[in-house]
Design a protein around this ligand. Structure first.
Ligand SMILES: C[S@@+](CC[C@H](N)C(=O)[O-])C[C@H]1O[C@@H](n2cnc3c(N)ncnc32)[C@H](O)[C@@H]1O
Length: 191
């Protein structure tokens, strides 16, 4: 066990706080404060990562992080995940579920690859141009919940999700667009 064990909520708070900082100085100060705890993520057992992406260039970038045991090309939504059923403690999809990117029809596939009792973490933007997609995504999430396939652990709105590239995408002249994080736990029994 780690000398100073951190809970899932601690890790979640740390990661969410990264999105709140605005200036480069704030960001660097945030990483300064995180640096001595950063590798605790590995000590907590987050050390076996397998990644997929549809872009060779993004896979090469991920490879340069020396973090993944395997990286494979996969077009989500039209190809199955290169993963056995019920095999991952956690399946995470960040920054890719949105209009024009990964279709929300991929959700059953993310659920399939997750172990019973494991977690599925998904994010999407909540800016104007992604509202319809978000509604459709949420309808699938809720339908799967009603079928007993998974249960909601946490749904967290994040006001400063990422820097906006257009003023039309922001609320009240904010420089940021908003987003949302969904964390669901796969049911242990489908009975
Ligand atoms: C905004 S980037 C986010 C990358 C990374 N997850 C992150 O958080 O930094 C969106 C990623 O989704 C990938 N992507 C978009 N549509 C995809 C699809 N249908 N199948 C697989 N990857 C896709 C892109 O290649 C890109 O790497």
């Amino acid at each position: 066990m780690a000398a100073n064990p951190r809970t899932f909520a601690d890790v979640q708070r740390t990661i969410l706080s990264a999105h709140k900082e605005s200036t480069v100085e704030d960001k660097m100060s945030f990483y300064d404060s995180w640096s001595d705890l950063y590798e605790q993520l590995q000590r907590l057992g987050f050390c076996n990562f397998h990644g997929v992406d549809g872009s060779e260039g993004m896979l090469e970038l991920a490879q340069s992080k020396s973090m993944y045991q395997t990286l494979q090309k996969c077009t989500l939504g039209s190809e199955s995940l290169p993963a056995s059923s019920d095999s991952y403690d956690a399946v995470v999809i960040v920054g890719a579920l949105s209009e024009g990117q990964v279709p929300y029809t991929v959700l059953p596939e993310l659920h399939r690859a997750t172990k019973p009792g494991g977690f599925v973490c998904m994010t999407t933007r909540t800016n104007t141009s992604n509202q319809l997609y978000k509604k459709q995504l949420q309808a699938v999430i809720e339908e799967m919940e009603q079928k007993g396939l998974w249960e909601r652990v946490k749904v967290q709105e994040v006001e400063h999700w990422e820097k906006a590239t257009s003023v039309h995408e922001t609320k009240q002249d904010s420089k940021y667009i908003s987003g949302i994080i969904y964390i669901y736990r796969k049911s242990r029994s489908q009975d």
